[in-house]
Design a protein around this ligand. Structure first.
Ligand SMILES: CC(C)(COP(=O)(O)OP(=O)(O)OC[C@H]1O[C@@H](n2cnc3c(N)ncnc32)[C@H](O)[C@@H]1OP(=O)(O)O)[C@@H](O)C(=O)NCCC(=O)NCCS
Length: 164
């Protein structure tokens, strides 16, 4: 099935989505989350978790997702991915914007995340939206040849509050 030309719609993840999210994750991440790691975000609608997941779909196929959590007034991005055939066309930015808007509606005033120092695409996405560096966890992530730093970033959601 082609995923290039389809128009994507967004919806909250449901319990049955964990399999599709794990399959998409395996396409883009050398150390992918497992299906069970997606389960809690996909159960959020039942109120069973602080984690939530938003999906971009076309023709019932998952093209992208963002997993985030909400604790009191703090949001945290845990994972985001876009299908390789749909990357570079604005879907990642739209997904993240949609998750941040949803977080603001739920009362979040700040959002945090963590990213591999070598992940230029993700860093560009986050910096472009207004995330700024808070600190570095040295040698946090394993790589094929050793370890690399994790960058800790955050942004205030106060400006978004006026737009939602
Ligand atoms: C990171 C990711 C989600 C971005 O999704 P995307 O749909 O390709 O990104 P978008 O097209 O919305 O691009 C938004 C911004 O991200 C940055 N960006 C995207 N791809 C990039 C690349 N290959 N190199 C550098 N910057 C890039 C740019 O700043 C871009 O803004 P611009 O188009 O105005 O230049 C996607 O590349 C992906 O799934 N990567 C694999 C999984 C991953 O690394 N997740 C992050 C975990 S922290």
């Amino acid at each position: 099935m082609s995923v290039v030309g389809e128009h994507a719609t967004f919806r909250s993840a449901r319990p049955g989505d964990a399999v599709a999210l794990a399959a998409l994750e395996r396409l883009v991440n050398p150390s992918p989350w497992t299906e069970s790691q997606f389960n809690s975000a996909c159960s959020a609608q039942a109120g069973a978790s602080t984690e939530r997941a938003l999906l971009a779909c076309a023709d019932r196929q998952a093209l992208g997702f963002v997993v985030y959590s909400l604790i009191l007034d703090e949001a945290c991005i845990h994972n985001i991915a876009v299908h390789p055939l749909r990357q570079g066309r604005g879907l990642g930015r739209s997904l993240l914007n949609a998750a941040l808007a949803e977080a603001v509606r739920s009362g979040a005033t700040r959002c945090h995340l963590e990213v591999r120092a070598t992940n230029q695409a993700a860093r560009g996405l986050y910096e472009g939206l207004g995330f700024r560096l808070d600190g570095v966890r040295k040698n946090y992530y394993p790589t094929a040849t050793g370890r690399e730093d994790a960058l800790l970033m955050s942004m205030p959601l106060t400006e978004l509050e006026n737009q939602t």
